[in-house]
Design a protein around this ligand. Structure first.
Ligand code: S3P
Length: 446
């Protein structure tokens, strides 16, 4: 358990500076797991060391994979697609849906008997979206009413999984990745069709490691793995989902200018840049380059007055994790912002429509919740105290509201931010933000 702390941010001066962020969370999860499935030693630099990635590393440890973390350099001794040792106890995936869903796919391919479990929050997240298609592939998997714990029975190497042609019910990279991993052990080519452009890091990374994966429009075709995956040697880019907090922070404070260096700008992740631009923020991506198959750039933002926008369709998928921080930006935009087609937000760390709207309301915002989104009337946030509800992105987003609110905003239980962005507070302080972080008893100025 991390010590509880409350967070209050304020900006007395414009924000300015250049920052370098920890590695991307999605890529860190994949790099650790795929390295375990390769044969030989992988070296991954700028690995994200955080609560959720430790869940993946601990699970790999329990599956007999040897890894070593030296600062942010992760070294993994891969043992091949069927190299896991059956663990002695259920694997604790903590709060990490990426860990449980991707591991389920890898364990299905490996045929390793195992139970996957996690926190109370993780046990509430839907798992039938992976168990139903895995069952169709012949994976011996059970769940607890469509949720964790998930249990996989042993499967002999002589029994390959059944190749499938699946249309995924939701645009979810976690579901797609789970099935891609299982398809590596199928008896023929599998095709996965998705309704929207979810992040494609798995396709890019596995293809770079030698897997036969072809993408045509929204269909991914995966051939069974005939040769071992090649180990990884890569430096991960910074996480655009973490960069989004700093970009919105700067966008909220007039006169701010910020550059976040070496950030992943994979087009399946850059919806937030498009939307902030449409709102009026001046954003440029400088030095575009490709590192280990992933587009990378330096993102510069110059603050300018923000206007309300309407977000829906594919853009929702391309910024699925950025709605809490986007909503805070919308609170300070002129006009009424509308979000549509975003029901998937209800299945994240919290119900990110209802909890977000509820907390914004406590800060005075005129917000209306709908089944698939919400509307926010800009200029109505007054300030006050709110709660992170065990959701790391909610903690950071709500705290940023204090940078532009007429009265202080305090977020209770903000310690959860370490799940994905340790260093958030230090980074903001370096940019010129005043930070008060402390327990209720000993609120200290830092
Ligand atoms: C992730 C995919 C997204 C995202 C999550 C990380 C991934 O979830 O919300 O934070 O690494 O694949 P879904 O794929 O379920 O939308």
């Amino acid at each position: 358990m991390q010590p509880q702390f409350d967070l209050t941010l304020s900006a007395d001066v414009p924000l300015g500076g250049t920052c370098l962020l920890p590695g991307d969370k999605s890529l860190s999860h994949r790099a650790a797991l795929f390295a375990a499935l390769a044969e030989g030693e992988s070296v991954i630099d700028r690995f994200l060391v955080s609560g959720v990635t430790h869940a993946m590393l601990n699970a790999l440890d329990a599956l007999g994979i040897v890894w070593h973390l030296d600062d942010s350099r992760l070294t993994v001794q891969g043992r091949g697609l069927r190299g896991f040792t059956p663990p002695a106890a259920p694997l604790d995936c903590g709060n990490s849906a990426t860990t449980i869903r991707l591991l389920a796919g890898a364990l299905a391919a490996a045929g390793t008997p195992c139970t996957l479990d996690g926190s109370a929050g993780l046990r509430r997240r839907p798992m039938d979206r992976i168990t139903a298609p895995l069952l169709r592939m012949g994976v011996p998997i059970t769940s607890s009413d469509g949720c964790a714990p998930l249990t996989l029975a042993a499967r002999a190497a002589s029994h390959p999984l059944t190749a499938v042609d699946e249309t995924l019910p939701v645009a979810s990279a976690q579901v797609k990745s789970c099935l891609i991993l299982a398809a590596l052990a199928a008896d023929g080519e599998s095709t996965l069709r998705e309704p929207g452009p979810s992040r494609d890091h798995t396709e890019r990374m596995l293809a770079a490691m030698g897997a036969d994966i072809r993408v045509e429009g929204r269909a991914v075709t995966v051939a069974p793995l005939l040769q071992p995956l090649t180990p990884l040697r890569m430096t991960l880019p910074g996480d655009i989902s973490s960069a989004a907090f700093l970009l919105v922070a700067a966008a909220l404070v007039p006169g701010s200018e910020l550059c976040v260096r070496d950030v992943g700008v994979n087009p399946t992740r850059t919806g937030i840049l498009d939307v902030l631009r449409e709102m009026g923020a001046r954003i440029t991506v400088e030095n575009p380059r490709v590192v280990a198959g992933e587009p990378v750039g330096d993102i510069r933002l110059v603050a300018a007055p923000l206007q309300a926008v309407r977000v829906g369709g594919d853009t929702v998928v391309r910024m699925i994790d950025e709605f809490p921080v986007f909503a805070v930006a919308a609170c300070f935009a002129s006009g009424v912002t509308e979000v549509h087609d975003a029901e998937e937000l209800r299945y994240k760390e919290t119900d990110r429509i209802s909890v977000l709207c509820g907390e914004l309301k406590t800060l005075g915002v005129q917000v209306a919740e709908r089944r698939d989104g919400f509307t926010i009337k800009g200029g109505t946030l007054t300030g006050g105290a709110c709660d992170a509800h065990g959701d790391h992105r909610l903690a950071m987003s709500l705290a940023l509201a204090g940078l532009a609110a007429p009265a202080p905003v305090t977020v209770h239980h903000a310690e959860i931010l370490n799940e994905s962005f340790p260093g958030f507070v230090e980074q903001l302080r370096e940019l010129g933000v005043s930070v008060r972080a402390g327990s209720k008893e000993s609120s200290e100025s830092k």
